[in-house]
Design a protein around this ligand. Sequence first.
Ligand code: ZN
Length: 277
Amino acid sequence: MLRAAIDMRLWLTGLIQALAVMTVALMGAAHAAPAEPPTGDGKPPKVAYLSLIIDDLGQSPEKDSRALALPGPVTLAIMPDTPHACDFARQAHKAGKTVILHMPMDPATGPYAWHPELPLPELESRLNAALLKVPYAAGINNHMGSRMTAEPVAMTWLVSELQRRHLFLVDSRTSAKTVAAAEAQKIGLASVSRDVFLDDERTAEAINGQLQTAIRLAHKQGSAVMIGHPYPVTMDVLERELPKLKSQGIEWVELRHMISIRGNQAMAGHGKNGVYR
Ligand SMILES: [Zn+2]
């Protein structure tokens, strides 16, 4: 009887010691130092994050595949009213890329385009039809839309609809009057705003200039979101420059990662103290 009690006590002591060793090991792992090299001033290095979206895809297999082949976590924004939308969305998803619906908005035209004068049920049916053309869409961004994104009623409806569908919003900010990201922020919808358009001017010099602007902005404010188009000259610059990001102190991150990094806060260019105006 006594012998059995002693054996049991020894066994329990051993178990408790083993648990203590495991706990220490787990705590050690949780508190492990980050793998970043120390900087001279003793402060941890500041990481600058960059995300890249290519818009207007689905029109040409040649252009689409060049965007798909960019070396990193590029987000591919596919237009619903293009001949290859559906096929390309599947191909991009299979390749592990993030697909979003590039939603045409006024002054854009076409069967899916949103216009301020359309009633909400019509906006809804156009959104439904557009999403069917772009399977695997994780979110949406606006194609054009300088008129439409300034419409508070429609944008309020859109953000609650996206929330219901678990889709995120990228405000392309084609106009300073946009309220899309502000409405998203009000209800806590995962969203992010574009900071830099790469190729308003289609020359290699101008596009590289915009890319370097985005890199400087990322270092200054911690992150930057860029949008480009599948123009050959844009792809030339990106194919040449993207492999250099790491050496420029940039971490190129997938768009959902960017959304979590920013936590729905507005950058200084889009509002004060994190609140969109
Ligand atoms: Zn577009």
